[in-house]
Design a protein around this ligand. Structure first.
Ligand code: PMV
Length: 336
């Protein structure tokens, strides 16, 4: 057997329409609630994993630079795959994002979905998508969803070992090809990451129990809106879930304010557009960027309105895309 075992994969970020916020088990990264997301197209992480029996330790290079901070997380994720394969080989991991890392665009979701997909192939592990979703979840909750494309639901699950807390595709991207316009309102890394924010919210926010109690209704509403391709109903439940998640975080002690002034300005713009008949709604994650989801014919109007909002630094438009998949390692070396 050769000493080197290599594969490369691509995965795309996803954006939750019914949000995940809170864990039922922090060690296994099990969510306190189910969630529903859309996987994006156009933005990607490409990762090449090369297991080498001669390497003394794992190495992780992100966008051309050794990333010490993330290296431990990458190693822990690889440990789960090494354990399954029954090997101890260390790996050289090279990863590239074609969008800013840690800018609130879920780079950890695409990153760990790509890592698990590439590492499993490099080790010759014949894992199902469901098994990959479970392994990706252990590294970053939302990564469980980026294994799949289109409209995706990640189950809360009941089992203590988390085997049933995996994602599945609800509907293919091509069935309902909505567009997403992301308004970048800040390039600073966020002060409180999602895991710490979730913990603080669960421990101190008076709204935590109410958040958990209502999630099943929101999931059911989103599922049926997606099945019926009912934009207005999806808009209503997605904005509700987003604002409710932020209300929960705002009411923590000390309160978590993920927005800046431009974030709020952009939300008003989007509400005004919808009020005037443009099919668009917003969602915001644990950061200041605003994601506007719209029907394809409205994308140009939404893009122009957000670009003209004072304080918006940039707008990125994408479609809905596929799940994680293997690519030629050469595609990574040539990637811009
Ligand atoms: O799994 P994480 O650490 O990326 O947390 C995701 C949290 C939110 O983006 C705010 C919501 C979600 O469901 O993606």
């Amino acid at each position: 057997m050769p000493p080197v075992h290599e594969a490369a994969a691509q995965a795309q970020p996803n954006i939750a329409l019914v949000k995940y916020w809170g864990k039922r088990d922090a060690a296994l990264n099990l969510p306190a609630v189910g969630s529903i997301s859309i996987t994006l197209d156009g933005l990607w992480t490409r990762t090449r994993v090369r297991f080498d029996e001669r390497l003394p330790q794992d190495r992780f290079v992100l966008d051309g630079r050794a990333d010490e901070r993330e290296a431990a997380r990458v190693s822990r994720c690889l440990d789960l795959l090494r354990e399954r394969a029954g090997v101890r080989w260390r790996a050289d991991v090279v990863s590239r994002n074609n969008f800013p890392t840690a800018a609130g665009l879920a780079s950890s979701a695409s990153g760990f979905a790509a890592l698990v997909t590439a590492a499993a192939a490099a080790l010759g592990l014949p894992l199902s998508e469901t098994e990959k979703s479970e392994l990706a979840r252990r590294a970053s909750g939302s990564a469980a969803r980026s294994i799949f494309g289109g409209y995706v639901e990640w189950a809360h699950g009941r089992r203590a070992d988390g085997k049933d807390s995996v994602a599945q595709c609800l509907r293919a991207a091509a069935d309902w090809p909505l567009r997403v316009v992301v308004a970048i309102t800040s390039r600073a890394a966020k002060e409180v990451g999602s895991s710490a924010g979730m913990r603080r919210s669960a421990e101190t926010s008076p709204y935590h129990a109410a958040w958990i109690a209502a999630q099943e209704d929101d999931l059911a509403a989103a599922r049926s809106a997606i099945a019926a391709r009912d934009f207005q109903r999806l808009a209503e439940v997605a904005e509700h879930s987003c604002l409710k998640m932020h209300a929960l975080a705002l009411a923590a002690r000390p309160g978590l304010i993920y927005w800046n002034g431009t974030t709020v300005e952009a939300l008003h713009r989007i509400r005004a557009l919808r009020g005037s008949g443009v099919p668009v709604f917003f969602t915001v994650d644990a950061g200041p960027q605003v994601k506007a989801v719209c029907e394809p014919q409205a994308a140009e109007t939404v893009r122009a309105a957000l670009a003209a909002t004072p304080g918006v630094l940039d707008v990125i438009e994408c479609g809905l895309g596929a799940g994680a998949r293997l690519i030629e390692a050469a595609a990574l070396e040539c990637a811009a």
